[in-house]
Design a binder for this molecule. Structure first.
Ligand SMILES: [Zn+2]
Length: 182
């Protein structure tokens, strides 16, 4: 739990009449990191919307999917997001708020206006989005751990050289032609 990032009722943010700022410094329970998560975020209640923006960073220790070695990766997120307060936003609501469903902001999250905004959860989500699906330790990855039995190339079927095959075909056709003339 990051101190100071407790959930805050949206109504409290609304009553504030201005944005609220949090400074982030601590460990996320769901994402162990080598260094504390640091950054800031701010949220402003704008009637039907909550505008959240922030930047957070940390360093996590990951395991390479290929060589299975551990490596450190910096995660850094800078984002700005609009969260719809209420039911699924429809086009009328968005137009009223001066937004367009077709814009990138069109796909937005919803929160119950009587519920809470959870700053810590927001930080966790932003950092999670920075994690890659496949973990690679980098350019100098030594590759898969070696298995001695794989060191020898397997000997396949001996396939005839196509050039010899062409010569053979020519030879046999000449022989056939020869017998016709006899
Ligand atoms: Zn690796």
């Amino acid at each position: 739990m990051i101190p100071g990032l407790e959930p805050v009722p949206l109504r409290e943010l609304q009553a504030l009449g201005t944005f609220r700022v949090w400074s982030v410094a601590g460990q996320l329970d769901e994402m162990p990191s080598l260094t504390p998560v640091r950054g800031t975020l701010r949220a402003e209640h704008r009637g039907n919307l909550l505008e959240v923006e922030g930047s957070v960073q940390t360093i996590v220790c990951l395991r390479c999917d290929r060589c299975l070695g551990h490596f450190n990766q910096q995660l850094s997120a800078v984002s700005k997001e609009l969260i719809w307060l209420g039911q699924e936003p429809n086009e009328d609501h968005l137009a009223e708020a001066g937004l367009d469903l077709a814009s990138p902001d069109g796909l937005m999250e919803c929160l119950n206006p009587r519920g809470d905004f959870e700053p810590e959860r927001w930080v966790f989500e932003q950092l999670s989005l920075q994690m890659s699906v496949v973990n690679r330790c980098g350019k100098h990855c030594p590759g898969m751990p070696q298995k001695p039995s794989d060191a020898f190339p397997t000997r396949g079927e001996t396939t005839p050289d196509p050039r010899w095959q062409a010569l053979k075909n020519l030879q046999s056709s000449m022989q056939r032609n020869g017998t016709n003339h006899d």
